[in-house]
Design a protein around this ligand. Structure first.
Ligand SMILES: Nc1ncnc2c1ncn2[C@@H]1O[C@H](COP(=O)(O)OP(=O)(O)OP(=O)(O)O)[C@@H](O)[C@H]1O
Ligand SMILES: [Mg+2]
Length: 318
């Protein structure tokens, strides 16, 4: 509804990760180059960690586009709330590897065979796992074991684990030290600086069809207010700007003044809530141990020690 008023062709602040709207800061370019380097040189496990809404999914989507060449096979796991069996089923399905058996050892053999064939053909296989903070310990252990699929010099499968700061915290737990040691490249996404937030808004408006040298849509003070309340987190910048366009249209206001941004920030409680997790809040072990993921992990771990009445060790004891 506001498009005609602001002379825009489309909605500039849609929250879906549209690659046409990708905004590359120096840091994002560095992160992209780091991950691409890791894939090309077959480093094995790489991590991408960043605060909520700072562009991790957007970035890995870009990475999916980048290796869009016959030499790369990519599997993208975006639902990380899965168990080990589902994990293997998923990896095989995504790489289009046919395996009649549902036994894990058979599936692993098939995967290994397929990876060796890809390697011989000069191709690289990449597994991208988003929302890695939700992965359970057993699945993380399977991921670690996947790095054992290697030639004498190089890893056959490149794995990118992308997650929120909680994932970094999880990796620091002693039971994950073997996985931690295998991480060869660590990348991050960060909030935008004040200048970058300004450029981000202008860039999105331009892509949406805003006239370059027309009257500005956001006043400089309004842009500054967007940065202040969003702390440079792109998802929050989008939310503030989208609502600002609607409210400014209703009030027929151009350029948009900071009052509009302040009202929206208050409505969405951005003036009181902390959009970034503090290090202390991540350290609360009580929260971690009571979490659904931890209980699920514990359940899975305990089930490994349950002795079946038919297992050889149980029979011997009788
Ligand atoms: N570099 C960027 N260029 C353009 N838009 C971006 C960029 N980074 C983030 N955005 C915008 O912000 C939104 C949120 O980003 P994204 O979903 O990638 O964050 P995230 O880090 O994956 O968040 P979460 O931790 O909640 O999964 C995106 O849908 C996109 O609209
Ligand atoms: Mg995401």
């Amino acid at each position: 509804m506001y498009k005609r008023f602001f002379k825009l062709k489309e909605n500039p602040f849609n929250v879906s990760p549209d690659p046409r709207y990708l905004f590359l800061t120096e840091q994002i370019q560095e992160t992209l180059s780091g991950l691409i380097y890791g894939i090309q040189t077959r480093k094995g496990i790489m991590t991408l960690v960043g605060e909520v809404g700072t562009g991790k999914t957007t970035l890995v989507n870009r990475l999916l586009d980048w290796p869009n060449q016959p030499a790369t096979k990519t599997a993208f796991l975006f639902n990380s709330r899965i168990n080990s069996t589902q994990f293997f089923d998923f990896v095989l399905a995504e790489f289009e590897i046919h395996c009649e058996s549902s036994s894990k050892s058979q599936q692993l053999m098939k995967l290994n065979q397929w990876l060796v064939e890809r390697f011989r053909a000069g191709e690289t296989a990449v597994l991208i796992i988003d929302e890695a903070q939700n992965l359970t310990f057993p699945v993380l252990e399977e991921i670690r074991l996947l790095t054992n699929l290697e030639t004498s010099t190089q890893k056959l499968l490149q794995i990118i684990l992308s997650g929120q700061p909680e994932f970094e915290e999880k990796l620091n737990l002693p039971q994950l030290r073997q996985l931690r040691q295998r991480i060869m490249i660590r990348c991050k996404t960060s909030p935008l600086t004040k200048e970058e937030t300004h450029a981000y808004i202008l860039e999105r408006l331009k892509i949406a069809g805003a006239v370059a040298n027309g009257q500005p849509i956001f006043s400089p003070a309004a842009t500054e207010a967007v940065h202040l309340y969003s702390l440079g987190i792109p998802r929050v910048v989008n939310l503030l700007c989208e609502h600002a366009l609607i409210n400014a249209y209703v009030e027929q206001q151009r350029p948009i003044e900071p009052k509009i941004i302040e009202d929206i920030a208050r409505e969405f409680k951005l003036d009181v809530a902390e959009p970034i997790a503090t290090p202390e809040s991540l350290h609360t072990s009580a929260e971690l141990y009571n979490s659904e993921a931890f209980i699920q992990n514990l359940g899975e771990a305990l089930s490994r020690f349950r002795v079946s009445p038919y297992s050889p060790s149980a029979r011997q004891r009788k």
